[in-house]
Write a protein that binds this ligand. Structure first.
Ligand code: MG
Length: 380
């Protein structure tokens, strides 16, 4: 195995876990983090949570689970090439979306609006809350008691106000410092994964078509190459071949630009990584191309009227559920009921945790169970 770069995160320079534990046998601390994440309930629920397409719309669309696995694959490839800690990049990638609400961004916006008088809702902070507090699996502690470096990577962004309440973990947002290179990789691997799979899923759904991409250079150049080299290839394979090439181009560019940045900054230690500017980056040209693709997807896919309709439904479901549980917390399942006399803000946070943990279909069923006037089948 190649030796890690001197500025990689290792067990030697790790800030460790909040609650001290015996060292793991036969695996590293970061592999242990990854394993805990995979065995968590929140991780399994990612299978039925979606970003753009709701789960029942089709079996082939990405879910947050397959998205997270794709992010982990991309992050590991990049980390290995840069001689960074692959296991840490994997753990961060697998955990990065644990706090997402049902129904993707529409769900997050709706829950944030419901929570506006109680500190708001932010999926990134919620991912941290899942691994720090909400998972109940261990006898000795709440949450998963992950290493500082995995938690640091999960917290991608954070307002100064929230950062001030997070102690050591929030410090970098107040002192303008960076997280580890492994965390920076997971962050950009996320972008590579969703831009590309949204192109694929968007085309599969028929909401967008290949011809529309003529004005999007990142797609158009690869599409042209594929069509020239394979003029008779069926359309679906043209899409796969194009997306495959796009991912390859982005990953290769990211590795090369990051190598140049690292060579320029010459960090000697992990601490120097944290005080230097971000080093994991795309080249300016590819950055521009990624941005053009993102704005295309915003205009033509995320704001497509059919996606917007689902968004409106999602908003209604989430705000109805939040409203009714706040009005009468006796309607919550017993294990979620707040103790009598709890302050309104704490009650709101408990309701928000319950709703954020729901899968798309669970939220739809829960809404039906509470609000439907017609008879609901017993299996619900
Ligand atoms: Mg993501």
């Amino acid at each position: 195995m190649t030796e890690l770069a001197p500025y990689a995160v290792t067990e030697g320079n790790s800030r460790g876990r909040k609650i001290a534990e015996d060292a793991p046998h036969g695996r590293s601390e970061f592999q242990r983090d990854r394993d805990r994440i995979i065995h968590s309930g929140a991780f399994r629920r990612l299978e039925y949570k979606t970003q753009v397409f709701v789960n029942h719309e089709g079996d082939l669309f990405r879910t947050r689970l397959t998205h997270s696995i794709e992010v982990a694959q991309i992050a590991r490839s990049i980390a290995r090439r840069l001689r960074l800690n692959e296991d840490l990049a994997e753990a961060i990638s697998l955990a990065h979306d644990l706090g997402h609400t049902p129904f993707g961004h529409a769900g997050q916006d709706a829950l944030n609006a419901c929570m506006k008088d109680y500190g708001g809702f932010e999926h990134n902070l919620q991912s941290l809350r899942v691994v720090d507090v909400l998972e109940e699996r261990y006898a000795a502690f709440d949450g998963l008691n992950l290493t500082f470096e995995t938690r640091e990577g999960i917290l991608k962004h954070c307002s100064p106000c929230n950062a001030a309440q997070l102690g050591e973990l929030g410090e970098r947002f107040l002192k303008n410092r960076r997280p580890s290179l492994e965390a920076q990789i997971a962050n950009l691997a996320d972008e590579i994964a969703y831009n590309n799979h949204d192109v694929d899923d968007g085309l599969r759904s028929g909401l967008i078509t290949l011809d529309q991409f003529d004005t999007v250079p990142l797609v158009a150049t690869h599409l042209q190459e594929v069509r020239c080299a394979h003029p008779d290839l069926p359309e679906r394979r043209v899409v796969h071949e194009t997306v495959r090439r796009m991912i390859n181009t982005l990953v290769t560019d990211l590795i090369q630009q990051s190598e140049r940045n690292i060579a320029g900054q010459q960090p000697a230690t992990l601490e120097e990584v944290r005080s230097a500017p971000a080093m994991i980056a795309f080249s300016p040209e590819l950055n521009e191309r990624q941005r053009a693709l993102k704005s295309f997807l915003h205009a033509h896919l995320y704001r497509h009227y059919r996606v917007m309709r689902m968004g409106v439904k999602a908003q209604r479901i989430i705000s109805d559920l939040f409203g009714i549980f706040m009005e009468d917390s006796r309607l919550l399942p017993p294990q979620f009921q707040p103790p009598a006399g709890q302050a309104e803000g704490e009650r709101a946070r408990a309701v928000s945790d319950y709703i954020a943990g729901m899968t798309d279909r669970y939220a739809i069923r829960e809404h039906r169970r509470i609000f439907a006037v017609e008879e609901v089948p017993a299996s619900f």
